[in-house]
Design a protein around this ligand. Structure first.
Ligand code: ADP
Ligand code: MG
Length: 646
């Protein structure tokens, strides 16, 4: 299924429809306010030389301490008769420049140290980090004071002092991330391709830590401006007559009671600048986080959003069936685009039955499965319509508490990649025991005993020993057995298995399939088994539902669907599966790509790739109708029993 497995979304259209970073930033009202305030202040500071301002250092003893709105002095004058407005603008210019430069120096030096230490490891790391620790051992401001004391007072020295005390902050942060990245596969691949350490750091690791550097920077600039002001306030930064916001504050302090305005004005300016930068920094952080980007600027909620005006199917859910999904529709709403990933799906699974959900990658299988328990990330996911009946109860109407109780209890999941779903820092035994205790009032000992029994049940050899292992110490097959044990922990009525064997090699795959099949019969649990592989389905499923572009296009008993499918799509999918002992058979990938789910065509979504397409295929909604045998298909020109595609 090579060609067919490609991503169905046309990249370009999707990207242009997504809001830009800047639009997202402005969407965050607080960040927009911060940006506006900062823009005004920065513009004024930059324009200081061309603004019609008085000389900031010209003293006028006769006009000292003029009040606000005095003639020629909008913000009055200070104790030496200097124009406060002019000093404010020039002072803000100095404070911003010093704070920003100090941040940049700290970010540059700190990130470089963090990158090298984290990547090199070993003695280099030890040496560099102990140096950083020494810097961190002193209280922050005290260290800055000590540095200025050694270098001598002055703005540039204050800049160095503040940059130095902030280096550890960046170094620690970046080192932590670099350590994680240095062991990742793409870095190994770069090493294998012959790249040297400097190129790897520059091209593989730096781009990955850059967002973190920017985020850290955006949140520390404000803090550094505050520190510069602090040093100047103490007389260690800007030296008279030069103005910066901190020294203005310090000078104003002397006349605090006679003319409070002189110190209030720079104080207010410092407050505004720092607040604006922090608001903007938070906004930038949210925009740079790719998980927050895909939708609005809200964090994913614990449960998929359900449209308030969702279309409801008629009638009550079937209480006999374990799962009775009717007309389920799940969409991803991103900006103005709506991707209809699941567009009206019906599924019914009885107790003890296994239904195989098959389809190309991107056809909506996982989104269907995740919609059942509200696991689709929201935003952008929204359940737009339908009903999810679980033993007669509509889960879309259920309270959040009820869903939480069902998750991992009566309904459990097995995912494709157990290494991603198991916690890397806890032993597998502890994790299964925790899953048990989340739903049953057992003591630690009882839960451990139960875990051992489950490990035996999923045929993990030497269970008592294996319980103490960490996920990375187990082979892929054993890990998947642990996930299955976890799924079985609370006697589930429904097991949702999303490509549980795709990451395993063929022999282990067969073992895991047999295990799932045995356990299902033993426990009489219903299974929704998702796969893209017809070979796997035929092993364990009684019925098959074939999915295409978010809809079920064919369903029926496994042997009927496999031997005499009615839908040309199913026929072509089956023809993609290699058959042992028939090497001369031609394997055709299905030509073309599935349609983009945000622009589904009218009529049959498969029409553009179908060899049997007729004009009426594109004219309107095609219902899922009974064909021969147990088969129902969404096709106007189905294949007859045993008929092949010419
Ligand atoms: P599969 O059948 O391979 O499991 P999925 O159900 O994962 O396919 O995906 C169905 C469609 O939904 C795809 O077009 C995919 O791009 C889209 N999709 C899945 N998850 C998200 C998401 N979090 N945000 C936006 N689109 C998504
Ligand atoms: Mg999937």
């Amino acid at each position: 299924m090579t060609a067919a497995a490609a991503d169905p979304r046309p990249e370009k259209a999707e990207r242009s429809a997504r809001p830009s970073s800047f639009a997202l930033l402005l969407n965050n009202r607080l960040a927009a306010v911060g940006l506006a305030i900062l823009a005004v202040i920065v513009a004024a500071a930059l324009a200081a030389p061309i603004l019609p301002l008085a000389d900031p250092n010209a003293t006028d003893p006769a006009g000292r301490l003029a009040p606000l709105l005095a003639d020629g002095h909008l913000l009055g004058t200070d104790a030496l008769g200097r124009d406060v407005l002019s000093r404010l603008v020039w002072g803000a210019r100095v404070s911003l420049a010093i704070g920003l430069s100090a941040s940049l120096i700290a970010a540059l030096a700190g990130s470089a140290i963090g990158l090298v230490a984290g990547y090199a490891g070993g003695r280099t790391d030890q040496l560099m980090m102990r140096g950083i620790d020494m810097l961190m051992a002193f209280p922050y401001i005290l260290l800055a004071l000590a540095i200025v004391a050694i270098l001598g007072p002055g703005l540039i020295n204050a800049l160095y002092a503040i940059a130095i005390v902030n280096i550890p902050f960046f170094a620690r942060n970046i080192r932590g991330i670099t350590i994680g990245l240095a062991r990742r596969e793409f870095v190994d691949a770069a090493r294998l391709s012959g790249k040297g350490p400097i190129r790897i750091l520059a091209t593989e690791i730096l781009p990955n830590v850059l967002p973190t550097i920017v985020i850290t920077l955006s949140t520390t600039v404000g803090w550094m401006i505050l520190e510069t002001a602090g040093l100047s306030f103490l007389g260690l930064g800007a030296q008279p007559p030069q103005a910066d916001l901190g020294s203005m504050l310090g000078e104003g302090r002397k006349v605090l009671f006679t003319a409070p305005v002189v110190s209030l004005v720079p104080g207010l300016a410092i407050f505004l600048i720092v607040m604006a930068i922090n608001l903007l920094g938070d906004g930038i952080r949210d925009v740079l986080d790719p998980r927050l980007r895909s939708g609005a600027l809200t964090r994913p909620s614990a449960r998929t959003a359900i449209a308030r005006d969702r279309r409801r199917p008629q009638g009550e859910p079937d209480a006999e069936a374990v799962l009775d999904v009717r007309d389920l529709a799940t969409e991803f709403r991103m900006g103005r685009t709506v991707a209809r990933a699941v567009g009206g799906v019906d599924l019914r699974i009885a107790r003890g039955e296994c239904l195989g959900l098959v389809g190309e990658s991107g056809s909506g299988k996982s989104v269907t499965a995740m919609s059942l328990m509200g696991l689709v990330p929201s935003p952008p996911g929204v359940v737009a319509g339908g009903a999810v009946g679980f033993k007669g109860e509509d889960l879309l109407d259920a309270k959040d508490g009820r869903i939480r109780q069902l998750r991992g209890g009566a309904v459990s999941h097995v995912f494709q990649d157990p290494l991603a779903t198991l916690h890397p820092l806890f032993s597998v035994g502890d994790q299964v025991a925790e899953a048990i205790r989340a739903h049953r009032p057992l003591s630690r000992r009882q839960a451990d005993e139960e875990t051992r029994r489950l490990f035996e049940q999923v045929r993990i050899p030497n269970p008592a020993e294996r319980m103490k292992a960490f996920p990375h110490e187990l082979s892929g097959g054993l890990r998947q057995r642990v996930s299955i044990a976890m799924a079985l922990a609370n006697e589930p009525d429904l097991i949702i298995a999303d490509e549980p064997t795709t990451a395993l090699d063929v022999t282990v795959q067969a073992q895991v399939l047999r295990l799932l099949d045995d356990l299902r019969r033993e426990k009489n649990a219903a299974v929704l088994f998702i796969t893209h592989d017809f070979g796997v389905v035929s092993e364990i499923c009684e019925r098959i539902a074939v999915m295409y572009a978010g809809r079920i296009v064919e369903t029926g008993r496994t042997e009927d669907v496999l031997s005499q499918p009615a839908h040309p799509y199913t026929r072509m999918l089956i023809d993609c599966v290699p058959v042992m002992g028939e090497p001369e058979r031609r394997l055709d990938a299905i030509r073309g790509r599935p349609p983009a789910v945000d622009r589904l065509p009218k009529g049959c979504a498969f029409a553009d790739r179908c060899p049997r397409v007729q004009p009426d295929c594109r004219s309107g909604e095609i219902p899922l109708e009974p064909k021969h045998g147990s088969i129902e298909a969404r096709c106007l020109h189905p294949l007859g029993p045993g008929e092949m595609l010419s």
